[in-house]
Design a protein around this ligand. Structure first.
Ligand code: ATP
Ligand code: ZN
Ligand code: MG
Ligand code: MG
Length: 460
């Protein structure tokens, strides 16, 4: 692709998060991920073009040198920083503006730096050229899949109800979402097929920003924030039906809605459990069985008692969970170390570079994190290593999984066999989290827990 000669008509709006906006190429399997700024700053960019370039290069380095080693290179596509003509970026921003959801428009697309991240388009895997129906891609933002250890938390509830479930009560109390989701990450990360099925069914019922479904590269199912309406499940089922007509679902040529949904979830669970990193079959032993069930989940506990599997090692969920668990101290146990680091940086500002607080995210950074001794010797190096680990865990708690399901080529006269899918799984959104997000994390944690203790436990 020639980035110095770009035409906005070759690109279309694809989606956005809180930090970036994504456009996809109409022909090639490529996306551009552009930075966003608060709308107040729209006249006055908060950073120079060189700083923006540096920021995106940091994202690429963090993803390729740090997150990719921890999560597995097979799952991670780090992309490259590109420089774009400013006129192209301006025209693009005008062209896509009306397609952006209103609730995201408190931020504007960066039209000043001309820098962007170029990535493979994970919603339209190239394999599909040969297949009759377009691939289905399911994006899941799973959030944190374990409970903190009782050693470091001040409120006992945090060891019994997971962060996501408590946060749901807080979001509904503050009007961010109208309804609470019954999805619980601990069910998804359990490795138990029934629990995973249950978790995904609730993601579909109340997707919020944790689930999107794409067909042939187009988003066909997602939530609108603050909206009263639920997303159109019937429309989703209408899209899915043709993929699940084969096999023993058919009753006189008709397939029930329930069967379509069940088959779809089944295929997705299989994709998530497939171990793409070599040795499959093995099972990750979760640290203490007591930390893998959330009291707020409505999944019937009795059913779990028997046959509680773990996750296959090297499955995408196992790799994400292991990386999330680098948060060993919880925000409450980490905060004193953050303070130690902050104090030191105030006294010795030059150590910011030596301790690699803002990168570079190179091999050396990864080694510091992996070698950090378990004993607190009171040093600033220990504090910095624990803070780095915590920030990596935060990234793993905030990333998304993209599961691409590609229907196999149909063989004639084989209607009895269920439709076969090949799947590929990727992880996206692996930006480093800034140091100053840590005090905010502590305050948010306190608000969520006190809101839950005040109101949550009582709600149905
Ligand atoms: P968040 O608010 O979750 O932190 P973000 O602002 O960091 O989000 P991303 O999650 O990276 O941004 O991207 C926003 C959306 O764009 C994603 O949810 C996904 O739907 C889409 N997207 C991002 N990268 C790709 C890609 N490589 N291929 C296809 N779609 C993508
Ligand atoms: Zn939960
Ligand atoms: Mg995201
Ligand atoms: Mg992000």
């Amino acid at each position: 692709m020639e980035f110095d000669r770009m035409d906005e008509n070759d690109w279309k709006y694809h989606g956005e998060g809180n930090k970036s906006l994504v456009v996809s190429h109409v022909q090639h399997c490529r996306v551009l991920r552009l930075l966003k700024y608060p709308a107040e700053d729209s006249e006055n960019p908060p950073q120079t073009a060189e700083q923006a370039f540096r920021q995106i290069q940091n994202i690429v380095d963090f993803s390729s040198n740090v997150m990719s080693s921890l999560l597995g290179g097979k799952f991670v596509h780090s992309g490259e920083v590109v420089r774009l003509p400013l006129e192209f970026v301006r025209q693009l921003s005008i062209k896509i503006q009306h397609q952006r959801p209103a609730w995201r428009c408190d931020k504007v697309m960066d039209i000043y730096s001309g820098c962007a991240l170029c990535l493979p388009n994970l919603t339209s895997p190239t394999l599909h050229q040969q297949t009759p129906s377009p691939p289905l891609c399911i994006e899941i933002k799973p959030k944190c899949g374990f409970l903190p250890s009782p050693k470091h938390v001040s409120k006992d509830i945090k060891t019994r109800v997971c962060r996501y479930c408590m946060h749901q009560h807080y979001k509904v109390a503050n009007g961010k979402w109208k309804r609470r989701s019954l999805y619980c990450p601990l069910d998804l990360f359990s490795g138990n097929r029934q629990r995973m099925h249950f978790a995904i069914r609730h993601l579909i019922e109340e997707p919020q920003n944790n689930l999107k479904v794409f067909k042939g590269g187009q988003c066909i199912y997602s939530s609108k924030e603050g909206s009263d309406e639920s997303p159109d499940l019937n429309a989703l089922l209408h899209h899915l039906r043709p993929y699940f007509l084969r096999g023993n679902n058919r009753i006189n040529g008709h397939i029930t809605t329930k069967a379509v949904l069940n088959d779809f979830i089944q295929v997705l669970v299989n994709a998530l459990l497939s171990a793409s990193g070599g040795d499959g079959g093995q099972v990750t032993d979760r640290a203490g069985g007591g930390r893998s069930f959330c009291e707020a989940s409505l999944f019937n506990t009795e059913r779990v008692r028997h046959g509680s599997q773990g996750l296959p090692t090297n499955s995408v969920l196992s790799r994400i969970l292991q990386t999330q668990m680098l948060d060993t101290l919880d925000i409450e146990g980490l905060y004193p170390l953050y303070r130690r680091l902050e104090q030191h940086l105030q006294d010795f500002p030059k150590d910011r570079t030596r301790l690699q607080i803002d990168g570079p995210y190179d091999q050396n950074f990864l080694e510091k994190v992996q070698k950090s001794s378990m004993e607190d010797d009171g040093s600033v190096e220990y504090a910095a290593a624990k803070v780095h680990q915590y920030r990596i865990a935060m990234t793993a708690k905030d990333c998304s999984i993209m599961a691409a399901l590609v229907p196999g080529v149909e063989e004639e006269n084989d209607d009895e066999e269920p439709q076969a899918f090949s799947s590929s799984v990727s992880i996206l959104d692996l930006d480093p989290k800034p140091l100053d997000s840590i005090p905010r994390q502590l305050r948010l944690d306190q608000k969520i827990v006190s809101c839950y203790l005040r109101t949550g436990g009582a709600l149905p």
